[in-house]
Design a protein around this ligand. Structure first.
Ligand SMILES: Nc1ncnc2c1ncn2[C@@H]1O[C@H](COP(=O)(O)OP(=O)(O)OP(=O)(O)O)[C@@H](O)[C@H]1O
Length: 576
C-alpha cells in the first residue's frame, strides 16, 4: 500500500504537481525516470563494484581516506549504539571506507551500506550520496524521498568534501537502516556530518600547506584557534593557493578563486598575517571584510625546514652549509669525499661566500686532530715558522686569502709544507686560481683539488639560508614579514653570506616586536639610485590621507595595526 502511494506521488511530481517534497528530491525523481529510465517498483539489488574495481577506487582516494579516517572514527564514536552507519564515498559515489556495527553487517551489506557499494544517482536512484554529488550541497534523503522502493526504509544524510582547489573529492554519508518518521529527526545527523566534512577539508588543507601561509577564519573568537570554520592557503605574495569550501563563500560567486589576492576580499594584506598569529589575543585578531562584516583570523606561518635534506645530512658538519641547491649539493658531496684524504684543497669564491666556513667543516669531517688557521695578508716568514713549529700531530692548515701572501714568505711556506708530512693544507682565495701569482713549487703544493663556491645570488637555497641564519641569530619566534622576505630574496648580495648575516643582524636590532618588516631592513649596499625612503613614503601617504589611519591602511593595502606599527617604528605622529 505504502509502495503504491510512493509510486503515485512520483507520477504526480512527473506531472508537474507540488507534493511538498524538497525541490532537490523532486528534481532527482524526474532525472531517475526521464534520464536513467528507472522504475520505482523494481527492487534492484545494491550495485557493488568488483574487488579489483574497489581496489582501484580506494587507491585513487587513498589521501582522502587518510585525511578522513580520524574524523570518521570520532564521528562514529559520537553516534555509537544508535545504529548509524558511516560511509565515505569517492566523487563517483563508490564507498571506499565504512564504519558500522558488526552486529548488523549482513543487513547493512544487503542494503548496500557497505564497502564497494555504488551510490551514484544513475545506479541507485535518488539517495543521499547521489543527491549530494549532483547538488554539491549537504542533503538528507529520508525514507520515501528515495526513488526506489528497495531503499524507502533508509534515512541518509550526506555532506560533500571538497579538495583545496574547489573540486568535489568525496562524500561523507551517515545512514540509518530504520529511522523515526519525521525528517527533522535527522537534523542532528546533518550537523554532525557537515562539521566532520569541514574538519576533513581543514585537515587536508593544513597537510598540503606546510611551506605556505594558512589563514584560518572564524566568526567567533572562542573557536578560532580550536575549530575554525574556514581556511585559505596563501603564497608569500598573498595569492590564494587553496581553500576550504566555507572560505569559498567569502569570495564573490562565479569567479576563479585560485590566484586571487586575499586583499581583494578581506581588509588585510599579506603583511598583516604576522599580526594574526597565535601570540596575539584572539579578540584582537579582527579582520574587516570588504562588505563591511568582520571575522577573526588565525595566521599560521610557513614551517621553515628544520634540517638539511637527507642527501647532504650524510656529510655531517657539511650538511648545514646548504639547503636545496643542486650546485652546492654537488660541491658538498665532493668535499665530503675529499675531506677524508690528505689532498691539498684550494677553495675559491667571491668574498663572503663561505670559504673559511667550508674549510672548517672539511676539517671536522677529516681525520686530522690539529687545526691551524692563518691569515696570509702580511704573514711574515718568522710568524709562519713559529706558528707551525710545534704542531701536535696531523693538522689541518687553513691559509686564508693566499693571494695576499707576501712574496718573501712563499719559500718558507713551501719549506713548512715539505717539512711537516702531517700537514693538510686548505687554502682559500677570492682570486681566480689561474691568476694567482704564486711561485710554481708552492702553487702545486697547494692546488690539489679545487672547490668553487657559488655567489649567493646564484644559489637556489636563499630562502632556506635566510631562515637558517635568522633562526641562529634571533630569538626563536622572530620572523620576517612576507614583504621583507620578498625584498631580501630580490637583493643581489655582492657581499654574499657575510652581507646576509649583517643585514639580518641590523634588522634584528632595529625590529621592535617579533616581526622584521620592510622598514627594519638596511638599504642594499649596492643600491643605485637611492630607493625611496620607506619612512618618507609612509609620511607622504599619511599626509595624503589626512592622517586617517583607516584610509592610509586601505591605500597601502594593509591592516590598521600594521600602519600603526610602521608609524611607531618610524617615530611619525600626526601634526597637532
Ligand atoms: N653556509 C653558510 N650558512 C650560513 N652562514 C654562512 C655559511 N657560510 C658562511 N657563512 C657565514 O658568512 C660569513 C662569511 O663566511 P666566510 O668567512 O667563510 O667567508 P669567506 O668566503 O671565507 O670570506 P672572505 O673571502 O671574505 O674571507 C661568516 O660569518 C660565516 O659564518
Amino acid at each position: 500500500m505504502r509502495d503504491h502511494k510512493h509510486v503515485e506521488e512520483i507520477e504526480q511530481v512527473l506531472g508537474g504537481s507540488q507534493t511538498g517534497r524538497d525541490g532537490f528530491v523532486s528534481a532527482s525523481w524526474r532525472r531517475c525516470v526521464e534520464l536513467y529510465g528507472m522504475d520505482p517498483m523494481r527492487r534492484d539489488p545494491a550495485y557493488i563494484v568488483t574487488e579489483s574495481e574497489l581496489r582501484d577506487h580506494r587507491k585513487q582516494a587513498e589521501w582522502m581516506i587518510g585525511a578522513a579516517r580520524s574524523s570518521l572514527q570520532s564521528l562514529f564514536r559520537q553516534v555509537a549504539g544508535q545504529n548509524y552507519v558511516l560511509l565515505l564515498t569517492d566523487a563517483k559515489g563508490v564507498c571506499v571506507d565504512f564504519f558500522g556495527d558488526d552486529l548488523f553487517v549482513d543487513d547493512l551489506r544487503a542494503a548496500g551500506l557497505y564497502l564497494g557499494s555504488n551510490w551514484s544517482e544513475s545506479l541507485a536512484g535518488t539517495c543521499g550520496v547521489g543527491a549530494c554529488i549532483v547538488t554539491q550541497e549537504p542533503v538528507t534523503v529520508h525514507q520515501d524521498d528515495h526513488f526506489g522502493n528497495a531503499h524507502t526504509t533508509l534515512s541518509c544524510t550526506a555532506a560533500p568534501i571538497f579538495d583545496s582547489l574547489g573540486g568535489l573529492a568525496a562524500v561523507l554519508d551517515i545512514s540509518l537502516l530504520r529511522s523515526p518518521t519525521p525528517k527533522r529527526s535527522q537534523n542532528l545527523a546533518m550537523s554532525l556530518v557537515t562539521n566532520a566534512a569541514r574538519r576533513v577539508e581543514m585537515a587536508n588543507l593544513m597537510a598540503e600547506s606546510r611551506r605556505d601561509w594558512v589563514l584560518r577564519l572564524s566568526a567567533s573568537p572562542e573557536f578560532l584557534d580550536v575549530d575554525p570554520e574556514a581556511a585559505v592557503r596563501l603564497d608569500g605574495g598573498g595569492r590564494v593557493l587553496g581553500y576550504t569550501r566555507a572560505a569559498r563563500r567569502l569570495f564573490p560567486d562565479g569567479g576563479e578563486v585560485i590566484g586571487r589576492r586575499i586583499d581583494e576580499v578581506l581588509g588585510l594584506s599579506v603583511d598583516d598575517l604576522p599580526d594574526l598569529m597565535r601570540d596575539r589575543p584572539t579578540e584582537e585578531r579582527i579582520i574587516e571584510m570588504r562588505d563591511g562584516g568582520a571575522l577573526f583570523g588565525h595566521a599560521i606561518a610557513p614551517q621553515a625546514p628544520r634540517t638539511a635534506p637527507r642527501s647532504s645530512r650524510r656529510g655531517g658538519p657539511l650538511a648545514g652549509l646548504a639547503g636545496e641547491d643542486p650546485a652546492m649539493a654537488q660541491l658538498l658531496a665532493q668535499a665530503a669525499k675529499l675531506a677524508r684524504t690528505s689532498v691539498p684543497l684550494l677553495i675559491t669564491g667571491a668574498t663572503g661566500t663561505g670559504k673559511t666556513k667550508l674549510a672548517h667543516a672539511i676539517h671536522m669531517v677529516g681525520t686530522a686532530n690539529g687545526f691551524l688557521s692563518l691569515d696570509c695578508a702580511g704573514l711574515s716568514p718568522d710568524v709562519l715558522r713559529e706558528a707551525t713549529a710545534a704542531l701536535p700531530g696531523p693538522t689541518t692548515l687553513v691559509l686564508r686569502r693566499i693571494e695576499d701572501l707576501p712574496g718573501g714568505t712563499a719559500p718558507t711556506l713551501t719549506a713548512v709544507l715539505d717539512g711537516g708530512p702531517c700537514l693538510r693544507p686548505i687554502v682559500t682565495t677570492c682570486a681566480d686560481p689561474a691568476a694567482l701569482a704564486l711561485p710554481g713549487p708552492l702553487f702545486h703544493r697547494l692546488a690539489g683539488a679545487t672547490l668553487r663556491l657559488p655567489s649567493l645570488r646564484q644559489r637556489r637555497d636563499l630562502g632556506w639560508l635566510l631562515d637558517r641564519v635568522l633562526h641562529r641569530r634571533a630569538p626563536e619566534d622572530m620572523r620576517l614579514s612576507p614583504s621583507a622576505r620578498a625584498a631580501l630574496l630580490g637583493r643581489s648580495w655582492p657581499g654574499n653570506l657575510r652581507e646576509l648575516e649583517q643585514v639580518l643582524d641590523v634588522a634584528i636590532a632595529l625590529c621592535d616586536g617579533r616581526v622584521i618588516d620592510l622598514p627594519d631592513l638596511p638599504a642594499p649596499v649596492d643600491s643605485t639610485p637611492e630607493p625611496p625612503d620607506a619612512e618618507e613614503q609612509l609620511e607622504q601617504v599619511m599626509e595624503a590621507c589626512g592622517w586617517n589611519m583607516a584610509r592610509a591602511a586601505r591605500r597601502l593595502g594593509v591592516n590598521r595595526s600594521t600602519v600603526l606599527r610602521r608609524l611607531r617604528k618610524a617615530g611619525l605622529q600626526a601634526p597637532s
